[in-house]
Design a protein around this ligand. Sequence first.
Ligand code: FAD
Length: 475
Amino acid sequence: MAPACSRTNSLHVAVIGAGAAGLAAARELRRESHSVIIFERGTQVGGLWVYTPQTEPDPLSLDPNRTVVHSSVYDSLRTNLPRECMGYRDFPFVPRNDDASRDPRRYPSHREVLAYLQDFAREFNLEEMVRFETEVVCVEPEGQKWKIRSKSSDGIFKDEIFDSVVVCNGHYTEPRVAHVPGIDSWPGKQIHSHNYRVPYPFKDQVVVVIGNFASGSDISRDITGVAKEVHIASRSNPSETYQKLPGSNNLWLHSMIESARKDGSIIFKNGKVVQANTIVHCTGYKYHFPFLNTNGYITVDDNCVGPLYKHVFPPALAPTLSFIGLPWMVKYLSFILPSFGISSSPNHILLLFLNQTLQFFMFELQSKWVAAVLSGRVTLPSSDRMMEDVTAFYAKRDANKLPKRYTHKLGECQVDYLDWIAEQVGAPPVEHWRAEEVHGGYRRLATQSDTFRDKWDDDHLILEAYEDFLRQKLI
Ligand code: FAD
């Protein structure tokens, strides 16, 4: 039987993960008077943003028994969102002029994001709720409640009972790898972007990067500084695509790889052939909940986690089980290539995939919703109604011929989704400047992918953001 929310307003809640989502969840849960324990297998808060030069022993991370390194952050990483719109709503991500070690840039480095999350945790005394170096190994229903089995760094297992569990374990750690025909006999090296940190190992090499999302675009540019040639393969590009990209003299964009051969060559669908040393798979990640046992109710099928009402609550297990942070945002922009600054036949269309999600902002809103539902201040529809909503959502996805793996992709609906959750909890909708900054960010990323972090044309939106922060006395 599904665990049900108890009638008391204050519940004992387990949060799994002390990344940006888990920290937001813990703060909102405590604001609603719940008692919270955050389980964190790492040694500090920040999750993905805790950079480590360490990588996994298996460069493609295919071995299920490998030692997992959580972070996928590379050394040169700077945010892909302007800082004003990236932060939590009531704790703006503004430069810290009182500390010379901090990065004041509008698109700062990953170190600045970690410092911001540490500031957030300190400001709201969140660390006192965290059990560090404690991994959740099993979550399962126990009567009307949940049993959590955890394992501490000294190998001791512990079972505890909670009223509710909020899953915030991140989804950028379990790599997805592209299938390339002939790859088994190809003699070169392959790695996944999860295990990419610095460009130096690629010195003087010919490198093929598969994938043209944020990481693929960043990493290929990072490598061009030391490599002999970098070739980006993207399955979204038309088969004739073959373009030299602006901003460097050794970076080419292709269609997808046709095959790899045992003589070391890579053949693209455009007919071009390169002798490559390494393939870097920038092909994304899988949702992965190895600890979750719901007797088969929640499944991950082709990266669709379900069934979930509005990507958060599994209808039959709501509201005591919830997920924060699953949706992601990719916007597709098609460009006539010459307008992208690349010489080409005039009718050549390039599809760009731009990944800019208001993640922290979404974590905060989803967390407010979960906390308020658990305390009984906000109610959910019945389990049947939620399931009807999920079924209708899947039907729409299928009618639009979207693959299952895009179930949690918000696409053009990001602001509508956020506004809908905001309405549930009585929060204001997404601010005009925030939505516009994301929109302008797409355009800049598409038209000046090599300079978008340092050149912009939306100072008026920065001004609007800061006026907003000042008006609310947030800075
Ligand atoms: P994470 O940060 O991954 O945190 C999950 C936490 O859960 C970790 O601390 C982990 O140790 C812990 N954990 C996992 N499993 C267990 C377990 N079983 N038991 C106990 N603890 C566990 N977003 C932006 O807003 N702006 C950006 O510029 C941006 N750039 C990105 C660049 C890259 C390369 C990637 C991969 C993502 C980027 N993102 C960006 C998205 C990013 O994922 C989110 O910003 C956010 O940090 C994710 O937070 P999270 O808490 O969901 O997950």
